[in-house]
Design a protein around this ligand. Structure first.
Ligand SMILES: NC(=O)c1ccc[n+]([C@@H]2O[C@H](COP(=O)([O-])OP(=O)(O)OC[C@H]3O[C@@H](n4cnc5c(N)ncnc54)[C@H](O)[C@@H]3O)[C@@H](O)[C@H]2O)c1
Length: 373
């Protein structure tokens, strides 16, 4: 049995908890949060033996094999580093840390300690995305010419909408690029099978003064220094070029991720609002829509299509697919073997931080910036 501690039980921590209940051979044995009351309620609900508000008490705990780090960004580096040094395997939330210096340190430490790492870049675990990536790798689109898309939300539209992601001291130097841009460019690079090498960015903090809610129903004004909108031109290593836009102020858009890939022969589009569908574009015949399906997908991608054709999977299932790959890889690692399935590991998290920093630099200096070590 593999024993797990989850640190941070806000929105995504609970998604981790509920998804882990579906993974065979693992058990969540400890929860770490800021307040005992809610932790005890969760622990009672799911039969979890240990709760604590101090993650450090688990560092030397031999009954814990894996940490799921679901804390806000400012704790990612500190928590990941401490548990890697203690020899625990780590499944971390994105962004991996707040600077590429920190993410580089984590990659090197994890290598040195020989621990397995992964990051929750979950959107690529939808079956239709896996199918798209496979078709692009198999050259079914021909040569990839362009990659375009967006990730739009509206939950920060009003100046009274508040979240820690708006505070640079917690989020890091970037809000929307690090938060949802990182998902978009991880997804696009995975689908295309090629890395982003150069960026040219235009960012904006649409609401530089916002109102933070106070307990008494009032608000305090505070300055926002991180961006809530960005458009970025891209160059990929394979010669493709592209562009994406991210915003948290796009009324009506909740979690609207869109990736289009146009090749020399045909095109593919995946959209999170219709996540079970893969649009296939042709020039000389009618376009097609492939529904995710264990019957209709390629042999290598259909293992991610868990339900009979016509029954759409959801966000929890994408996370489940990623967790399944992670825990299968861990089981192989324990036998001294390596999984043949690539995970979004800490080196990818480091790469996404380097892209984020290149985007911030490009905006500051108003020029193309290369993504280099
Ligand atoms: N992969 C995804 O799709 C996805 C989705 C949402 C969030 N995230 C990432 O997950 C992280 C958390 O985001 P969220 O939306 O769940 O935030 P959240 O604010 O809802 O939850 C964070 C939790 O961490 C707890 N916490 C803070 N300090 C702590 C400490 N010292 N010890 C233990 N717990 C502590 C908070 O009390 C809170 O419950 C962020 O880095 C975010 O980028 C990823």
């Amino acid at each position: 049995m593999t024993r797990i501690a989850i640190i941070g039980l806000g929105y995504i921590g609970k998604v981790h908890l509920e998804t882990l209940l579906r993974i065979p051979g693992v058990q969540v044995v400890a929860l770490v949060g800021r307040r005992m009351g809610p932790l005890e309620v969760l622990a009672a609900k799911y039969g979890i033996p240990k709760v604590t508000t101090n993650y450090r008490t688990l560092l030397e705990d031999p009954s814990i094999d894996v940490i799921h780090n679901c804390t806000p960004n400012d704790l990612h580096f500190e928590v990941n580093r401490a548990f890697i040094q203690a020899g625990k395997h780590i499944f971390s939330e994105k962004p991996l840390a707040r600077t590429s210096q920190e993410t580089r340190t984590l990659v090197e430490l994890a290598k040195g300690k020989n621990v397995l790492t992964a990051i929750n870049f979950c959107y690529r675990y939808y079956p239709a995305v896996q199918e798209a990536a496979l078709r692009i790798r198999n050259k079914e689109l021909g040569e990839v010419y362009t990659v375009m898309g967006s990730y739009l939300q509206d939950w920060l539209l009003y100046d009274t909408d508040y979240d820690w992601r708006l505070e640079q001291s917690i989020a890091g130097n970037s809000n929307v690029i690090a938060d949802i841009g990182s998902h978009w460019f991880n997804l696009a690079q995975f689908m295309v099978g090629s890395q982003i090498t150069e960026v040219m960015a235009d960012l904006k903090t649409t609401l530089p003064i916002r109102k933070k809610p106070e307990g008494d129903g009032g608000f305090t004004e505070y300055p926002v220094t991180v961006e809530d909108y960005g458009s970025v031109l891209l160059h990929f290593a394979n010669g493709a070029c592209g562009v994406f836009t991210v915003s948290q102020l796009a009324a009506g858009k909740k979690c609207a991720i869109d990736v289009h890939v146009y090749g020399s022969q045909s095109a593919l589009r995946w959209n999170h609002e219709r996540s079970a569908e893969l649009w296939i574009g042709h020039r000389d015949r009618a376009n097609e829509v492939l529904m995710e399906s264990p019957q209709l997908q390629h042999r290598e991608s259909k293992r991610y299509a868990l339900l009979p054709t016509g029954h759409p999977m959801g966000y929890h299932d994408a996370v489940f697919n990623l967790f399944t790959d992670f825990y299968n890889a861990l089981a192989l690692k324990k036998q001294g073997k390596e999984s043949s399935v690539a995970l979004p590991d800490f080196s990818e998290g480091h790469r996404e931080l380097m892209i984020t920093e290149a985007i911030l630099q490009s905006h500051r200096e108003k020029r193309w910036v290369q993504v280099t070590e």
